[in-house]
Design a binder for this molecule. Structure first.
Ligand SMILES: *Cc1c(COP(=O)(O)O)cnc(C)c1O
Length: 367
């Protein structure tokens, strides 16, 4: 069986280094906000070319705390992609604000800036405070257009970079374009922990400071509670593992990029709609997603041939039961709806083998 994602292959290769990092933390015993957390924060902010980074407990919390740090809450609206993982919208909801969904660009599948403008010109746009662009599948959103809109309408930007660790937009890493950039270290992401973890990067000291307080009961100094915070910290154990894995992130992303290139070569002119990479971006292929009309049959066929596939995502947010309350209906986001019916994610992870990709491409062509 060729899996959709296999983190074990990478971990086998890093086993010794990871074990050493773990036993170092166990030896020291600084499990909560220990030395590896601050070291990882320094290393990751450096990697993202931002001034600050604050480790938190997940990507979802990174988004929530970023919005909170910007003072966004009840009565506010936040624009985000209709075509994203539901956690993006849930973060908006959990700070008390209302998500406004915007349909995708049919080429990159990311939020369409023209449709953001259209919303902002409508009478529903009152109290809109921020935009959360999502760099879906590892392809950066159209940041130039989004930054321009944000400036014109005085909106904050919080990037959802949970699928795009290390991706470039023009010559700059994603995460540092707006007020805050949010990353998830869920195990299957391009940079994954051994459990849940996340981080916020920012160039603003005041935002970093607020998130530091929010994640730790509202304190900077022990028992001096300046605001009402919660417990959303990054574990020292996870930070220690992430420090090991960060060293290999660029190499791993490069492997993903060459896998994607090989897939695209082998599947050229085969009738499938393949992923695009815009010339001003460096895609990091968290997922390699193709489009096909007979998706169900294709998935069954591949599965019979021992090839796992996925769908990211089968039910758009606006058609999810959880978001009936937003009042959207089928037909509101035609691109997102069409994508959700046609997309298939093929196996993609750094240690996927060339022969496996060839086998998968063969099967796709045969189908
Ligand atoms: C994974 C992901 C999240 C949520 O991250 P968690 O660490 O699972 O909370 C948010 N947005 C996107 C686009 C993601 O892919």
């Amino acid at each position: 069986m060729i899996p959709l994602v296999d983190v074990n292959r990478e971990h086998k290769f890093l086993e010794e280094e990871i074990k050493q990092a773990l036993s170092r933390v166990v030896g020291k015993g600084d499990f909560i906000l220990g030395e590896d957390v601050s070291l990882f924060e320094k290393e990751f902010s450096c990697y993202c070319e931002t001034k600050f980074a604050v480790g938190v407990s997940s990507g979802t919390e990174a988004l929530c705390l970023s919005l909170k740090a910007l003072g966004i809450g009840k009565g506010d609206k936040v624009i985000t992609a209709a075509n994203t993982f539901i956690a993006t919208a849930l973060a908006v909801t959990f700070v008390g604000a209302a998500p406004v969904l915007i349909d995708a660009d049919p080429l990159t599948y990311n939020i369409d800036p023209d449709k953001i403008r259209k919303f902002l010109c409508s009478r529903h746009s009152k109290n809109t405070r921020a935009i959360i662009p999502v760099h879906l599948y590892g392809h950066p959103a159209d940041m130039k257009a989004i930054l321009k809109i944000a400036q014109e309408y005085n909106l904050k930007i919080v990037e959802d970079a949970c699928q795009a660790h290390g991706a470039y937009y023009e010559s700059k890493r994603v995460g540092g374009f707006g007020a805050a950039g949010c990353f998830s270290f869920y195990p299957a992401k391009n940079l994954g922990a051994l459990g849940d973890a996340g981080i916020v990067v920012t160039n603003k000291k005041s935002i970093a400071r607020k998130i530091c307080m929010f994640r730790n009961y509202g304190q900077i100094k022990k028992y001096h509670h300046l605001i009402k915070g919660s417990n959303n910290r990054l574990d020292t154990i996870q930070a220690a593992v992430l420090r090991v894995k960060l060293k290999y992130l660029d190499k791993n992303n490069q492997m993903r990029r060459s896998h994607a290139q090989l897939y695209s070569e082998l599947l050229k002119d085969s009738g499938y709609i393949l992923p695009v990479e815009k010339s001003d971006c460096a895609h990091v292929y968290h997922l390699y997603v193709v489009r096909v009309r007979k998706r169900r049959q294709l998935q069954d066929y591949l599965s019979q041939q021992g090839i796992s596939t996925g769908i990211h995502y089968p039910i758009p947010i606006h058609l999810s039961k959880a978001y009936v309350s937003l009042g959207y209906k089928r037909g509101d986001f035609p691109i997102t709806e069409e994508l959700s019916a046609q997309i298939v994610s093929l196996p993609m992870f750094p240690y996927l083998k060339r022969e496996e990709i060839e086998q998968i491409a063969d099967c796709l062509r045969r189908f």
